[in-house]
Design a protein around this ligand. Sequence first.
Ligand code: NAD
Length: 368
Amino acid sequence: MTNNNTDPKSRRAFIKTAALGVAGTAFLTGTAAFPYYNRGAQKKIGYALVGLGYYSTDLLAPALQETETAYLAGIVTGTPSKEKVWAEKYGIPKKNIYNYENFDEIASNKDIDIVYIVLPNSMHREFSIRAADAGKHVLCEKPMAMNAQECREMIDACNRNNVLLSIGYRLHYDPYNMEAMRLGQEQVFGKVVHISCGAAFRNSSKDHWKLQKKMGGGSLMDMGVYPLQAARYVTGEEPISVTAQGYSMRDPFHEINEAVYFQLNFPGGTIANLSTGFHASFNFLLAAAERGRFELQPYSGYGGIKGSSSNGEMQFPEINQQAAHMDDFAFSVRDGKEVRVPGEEGLKDMIVVDAAYQAIAQDCSVTI
Ligand code: NAD
């Protein structure tokens, strides 16, 4: 089984079909908005969440109560006190609870099909490869890893073990962002000439791994991959050069870039002006094309996304992005459906992130 999805033609065709599907089911909510969710009762796919911090606790475990094809089968945690709490709350049997040391024994657990890596970024590579070597399919949170080289190693491990790999870019399931992909890639208002996109929040942490470089911290790694993704999926192209500026204004943000402003040039001529940070709260996507424009604001939240274009207000159903992604990946595992957000998506981002860090360090434009 391979998980490549790099053919731009098939991807564009899929975006079109998916966006039409969403528009055509405008009054449905949750996973019911996606027609392929109702394929009849078959084996439910078991997920194990690795790392039970904020995202697993507040978003993924609740989302797994809404999935139709997948369920929360197991957990992997380094905190023994969480085992009992999660076991009781979600009815997880003791045999499906692992820690970071005995994690590899998951290989013999038939309840668990997919291992979802929700650890600090510096741990994504190790645990994705261990999961693949245990014969489990892998869903890994964004950013995929510390750099492009680590991403390649993860992709190789999954291919070697004949397992699928997906990256937690939930916005590929959000109808508004899917519409932005369609409007941009199909050039509905002509070629997109300019993209302005920012995702940032005022971070008041004092002591968190996201403030530590060696853990994969920093605003570019955390929120910065969202504007980068947006520029890539609106154009449907890969950038050819990047300039970037990094800023750190406050303690304790000096070890990492508190804010990053970066600019991408695309082969078709699009210029993207992107921003991210822990310094201020903003969230928007604006695309200006030859004969019109489209914008989303906010654009990358778990919900509440609003959008308009030169054709008027956008109106799409609110869906549970995490449930949609986990169900869809479960379909890929169970039924062989093409992986919508494969490892290559994470790799392509990290190639640009690597170049952006180089541009910051050398104060120059970097050709990709
Ligand atoms: P978090 O700090 O809340 O949770 C991290 C978990 O990893 C904790 O349970 C912690 O105990 C565990 N851990 C294991 N070893 C650790 C170590 N050495 N140092 C620190 N923690 C350790 O983080 P989070 O916000 O849940 O983020 C986890 C991952 O999910 C990150 O990759 C992040 O980028 C991603 N994320 C994605 C989204 C999204 O919308 N897709 C949102 C939030 C986070």
